[in-house]
Design a binder for this molecule. Sequence first.
Ligand code: F6P
Length: 308
Amino acid sequence: MNAAIRAAVRRGWELGLETLGIRRGYAGLIEGDLSPLTPRDVGGIIEFGGTFLHTARCPAFLTDEGRRRALATIEKEGLDCLIIIGGEGSLQGARWLSDQGIKVVGIPASIDNDIEGTELAIGVDSAVNTVVWALNRIRDTALAHERVFLVEVMGRESGYIALMGGLAGGAELVLVPEVPVPLDEVAQKVLSLYQKGKHHSIVVVAEGVTAKVGSTDMIANFLRERTRLEVRVTVLGHLQRGGSPTATDRILASRFGAQAAEDIKAGLFGHMLAWQKGEIVRVPLEVVRRKKMAIDLRLYELVHQLAI
Ligand code: F6P
């Protein structure tokens, strides 16, 4: 997100726009916590994850009172337009603001990659690369000790990170919320690989699957009992949402940020910028209402076809 903010501020500056940074997203909008940003203020941030403006889950923005106060800040500060960077919740908020007559441009950012209308969101590539980095290390122990590893990755409702991380990391199995698989089958698959001479397995488990079953530890216990193999669990957690962003992420975010400034200058509002077929396009904010099916089932097949 830092790269997107940097690009919006700097491109906007060149186009004669004055940009203010709102701290902690909608919370800052409600509280009027904002200040001007110049090109110098956004220097030295492109290499950091997260956002230097901070962010917050903001239940208050779902209340009438919170929304009234947000609109009051926009009025009081004389904000002509908002650039809203975030996931489905943030973009739903953008849509609501747009419906109230506020000029907004949305930028998709969610490591889950489940935002309808865009093939890629900011943060996704870095998160997937972190998973691959972790799987590379975990495989050493899995191979040396001939163990089964369950690696839990983020994705409350989406299996994208699990699938892409698992595919790139050479996992034997991925468990995603979009494709329910009985644990018996998981045990069977691990055992059949073992019988074919593969004495280790890496099973990538999306958080959304874990939530349904109870916990990844419970899956591990089940596998231990059924397979009699040594099973270990690693939960990657918030490791996936930090660290220096990949080049792909920085480039995508820079393009989104600069385009947002250009759209504002051109008087184009009420849309989310999106990535489709190698280009930045504009999609109506209404599209964001539904979460997209984040995974490509052909790739899901491929992971398992290659795990022999
Ligand atoms: O929405 C993105 C996401 O990464 C989910 O996959 C994950 O469950 C959640 O955020 C974690 O959120 P928090 O940091 O608030 O615990």
